[in-house]
Design a protein around this ligand. Structure first.
Ligand SMILES: [Zn+2]
Length: 268
């Protein structure tokens, strides 16, 4: 689990090292508060190294946005789940979107929320570390109201601009964990998001792929793991066709070709 960066060894050393002897006259709670403040300011330090701080840094930035549905009854229920200890383990997300379009933030953008779990997207294996998680209040069976998607688009515009996340790097939980997850599900309106400029979507009229086209390489080039091909094709169908299916067909090959073919060179 995430450490808050407070080293117990550091606390012990401060209490027992002669150089800090006069500090021990301070009440322990005051001393702990001072040390906590110092660590919170500078972040965790490696005891192997001499600390020679530089001011030339900023917060880490996520590079992908992951969309989920909550599969719960209400936004109130999800607010509780995402902020408490659960029997199945603690989970969270950076944002939660109500059906009315209200945007809740639960974790700072620069912190690592626990929303993705095990999975992979391209070369990213610790997706929580590299992503922003957005939970969408939805029971997994109902359409997503327009107000909710309108809000999502506003939030995506903010996040991609402010955090400089590529707008194409908006994916579903099922894309990164196809063997375990199906959210945000086949009803999620990916085409609407694509029309607003977010997520991958095939250009019209790409035509048939050339002979020898390898759809599995294309899936990997997009970011999918193909360790379990059946589950990956199901996730791909949910994402790009809004339908069920675990076998690739001719339309899938056209979509994969359109998604991975180099852009045509404009005429001179
Ligand atoms: Zn999810």
């Amino acid at each position: 689990m995430d450490s808050n960066g407070i080293s117990t060894r550091g606390l012990g050393a401060a209490l027992h090292h002669p150089r800090h002897a006069r500090w021990t006259r301070l009440p322990l709670v005051v001393l702990a508060t001072l040390l906590l403040a110092a660590c919170a300011h500078s972040g965790p330090r490696n005891p192997l190294a001499t600390w020679v701080p530089s001011k030339n840094f900023d917060e880490r930035r996520p590079v992908v946005i992951v969309l989920h549905y909550t599969e719960q009854k209400s936004v109130e229920q999800s607010l509780d789940t995402l902020r408490s200890r659960n029997s199945g383990g603690r989970v969270s997300s950076h944002y939660l979107l109500g059906k009315d379009g209200k945007i809740y933030q639960l974790v700072s953008d620069s912190r690592r929320a626990w929303h993705a779990g095990a999975g992979r997207w391209g070369a990213i294996t610790d997706v929580n570390n590299a992503s922003i998680g957005i939970e969408i209040d939805n029971d997994g069976k109902s359409p997503f109201p327009d107000a909710q998607i309108d809000s999502l688009i506003v939030l995506l515009r903010d996040l991609t601009q402010r955090l400089r996340i590529p707008p194409t790097q908006v994916i579903g939980h099922s894309d990164l964990a196809p063997t375990r997850k199906i959210d945000p599900g086949p009803l999620f309106p990916w085409k609407r998001l694509a029309d607003a400029g977010f997520g991958l979507w095939p250009a019209d009229g790409a035509g048939d792929p050339p002979p020898g086209f390898d759809p599995w390489l294309a899936l990997q080039a997009i970011g999918y793991s193909v360790d379990n091909r059946t589950d990956t094709v199901r996730a791909f169908h949910h994402r790009f066709r809004g339908s069920e299916g675990t076998e690739l067909d001719a339309e899938d090959l056209r979509i994969l070709h359109a998604l991975t073919a180099p852009a045509a060179t404009p005429p001179r």
